[in-house]
Design a binder for this molecule. Structure first.
Ligand SMILES: [Zn+2]
Length: 361
C-alpha cells in the first residue's frame, strides 16, 4: 500500500488537482500541452496529461456518451466509469505493484479494475522495463488533456501512466520503446482480451506511457479476465497416458514431462492464440515459450523468448473433449513418451492416449 513518504511534486500536483477539481471543468491548457512538442518541459506535468485525442474516431461514440453525463449526478470518463473526488468516493485506493523494488504504488479503481491494472503493471515491470514510482501514476481528477471536452480516464482511476518521464505524451512509440519492448507490450495486451487499451495505439496524439481500461463496468470480458488473473491464470495439460499434469520441470530448465498430481506455477501455461488453431505455450514457471527443441528431434522445453516455427503448435480438439498438439516444425504429434514416464516429444503421427491431453483452464 501507499507509504507515507514525503509528498513528491507529482503527488502535490495530483492533490492540488483534487481541490481545484471544479475549475478543471473549464480547463483550457490542453491544446497547449498536447501541441507543446515532443518532450514536455517538465516531466511532472505529464501525470494524467494525456488520453485519446478527439481525432481518434474509434473513441467517438464513447466521447459522446461521456459528454452526455457532464450535467448528470454521475459523470463518467470516456470509458464509461464514474469520476469523482476525493478518490475514496468512487472506490479508488492505493495498490502496490507486485514485484517492484523499490515499491511502486498506483491509485486505481478497486475490484476487477485494480486486479487487471496491477496485472499489467506487474508484467510491464517484469517484461518491458522496471517501473519507477516517481514516474508512474494513475488516478488524477482532471479532464482528458488530448480531448478536454470529456473527463480523463485517470479521473475514474481506470488509466495509468507508466514511466511517463521516459515515454511522454505525443512522442512516437518507436522513439522510446525498442521493437522488442513493443512486442512484450503486445503480448500483455493480447492476454487482456481487449480489456486494456494502450495509448501507443492512439491515432492523432500517441501516448506511449498510457494504459486504460477499454470496457464498461460489468463487461464480461473484464470479469472473466480478473477471475483468470486471481486464479493464477493460464491453462494446464493433463496427460491421458497417466492422468498426470504436464510440468515445466525444474522451473523450466528441464523438459516438459507429465508427472505431477497437482497444479502449481510450473504446471500452468498461457495458451497464446497465433491465428486459427495455431498456438504457442508460455510457461508460468519462467515466462519462456515452449520449444520443440532441435526442430522437434528433442523434447519440448520452455526456454525461448520469442515465438518462431519451433514454438508454434496446432491445437487439435478431439471428439472426446481432449486436445492434441502438433508441432509446426515437423508436423508430428506431441507424445507423453513412455506412458508419461519420459518427457514430452513431438514424434508421433497417430493420436492415441499418449497424445491426448485434457486442457484445463
Ligand atoms: Zn495517461
Amino acid at each position: 500500500m501507499h507509504q507515507a513518504h514525503s509528498l513528491s511534486r507529482r503527488r502535490a500536483l495530483q492533490f492540488g488537482a483534487v481541490t481545484a477539481g471544479a475549475t478543471l471543468l473549464g480547463f483550457s491548457g490542453a491544446g497547449a500541452v498536447a501541441n507543446a512538442g515532443p518532450v514536455p518541459p517538465d516531466a511532472d506535468e505529464a501525470v494524467g496529461a494525456d488520453g485519446a485525442s478527439a481525432g481518434d474516431t474509434r473513441f467517438a461514440r464513447r466521447f459522446a456518451a461521456a459528454r452526455e453525463t457532464l450535467d448528470s449526478a454521475v459523470m463518467t470518463s470516456y470509458n464509461d466509469w464514474p469520476v469523482g473526488s476525493p478518490a475514496s468516493t468512487i472506490g479508488v485506493s492505493w495498490y502496490a505493484v507486485p514485484g517492484t523494488s523499490p515499491t511502486v504504488n498506483l491509485q486505481v479503481k478497486s475490484g476487477d479494475v485494480a486486479t487487471v491494472m496491477m496485472y499489467v503493471a506487474r508484467r510491464f515491470n517484469a517484461e518491458v522495463e522496471p517501473l519507477v514510482d516517481d514516474y508512474s501514476s494513475a488516478y488524477a481528477y482532471r479532464m482528458n488533456v488530448n480531448n478536454p471536452s470529456v473527463w480523463s480516464n485517470h479521473a475514474s482511476g481506470t488509466a495509468m501512466d507508466l514511466n511517463f518521464d521516459q515515454h511522454p505524451n505525443g512522442v512516437a512509440v518507436s522513439r522510446t520503446f525498442s521493437s522488442g519492448q513493443v512486442s512484450k507490450i503486445r503480448s500483455i495486451l493480447d492476454d487482456c482480451n481487449g480489456v486494456m487499451f494502450w495509448g501507443g495505439d492512439y491515432t492523432g496524439t500517441v501516448d506511449a506511457m498510457h494504459f486504460e481500461i477499454n470496457v464498461s463496468p460489468g463487461d464480461s470480458r473484464l470479469t472473466s479476465l480478473a477471475a483468470r488473473i486471481r486464479g493464477g491464470g493460464g491453462s494446464s495439460l493433463r496427460s491421458r497416458a497417466n492422468s498426470r499434469f504436464v510440468t515445466a520441470e525444474s522451473a523450466g530448465t528441464r523438459p516438459l514431462i507429465a508427472n505431477r498430481t497437482a497444479i502449481g506455477p510450473w504446471e500452468r501455461f498461457d495458451v497464446i492464440n497465433r491465428g486459427g488453431s495455431s498456438v504457442a505455450l508460455r510457461a508460468h514457471a519462467n515466462n519462456r515459450y515452449v520449444c520443440a527443441e532441435s526442430a522437434g528431434a528433442a523434447s519440448l522445453i520452455a526456454n525461448r523468448t520469442v515465438i518462431g516455427p519451433w514454438e508454434t503448435f496446432t491445437l487439435l480438439r478431439n471428439t472426446d473433449g481432449t486436445v492434441s498438439l502438433r508441432a509446426a516444425v515437423n508436423g508430428k504429434l506431441v507424445c507423453a513418451e513412455g506412458a508419461g514416464s519420459l518427457s514430452l516429444r513431438p514424434n508421433r503421427t497417430v493420436i492415441g492416449p499418449w497424445e491426448k491431453f485434457d486442457l484445463i483452464t
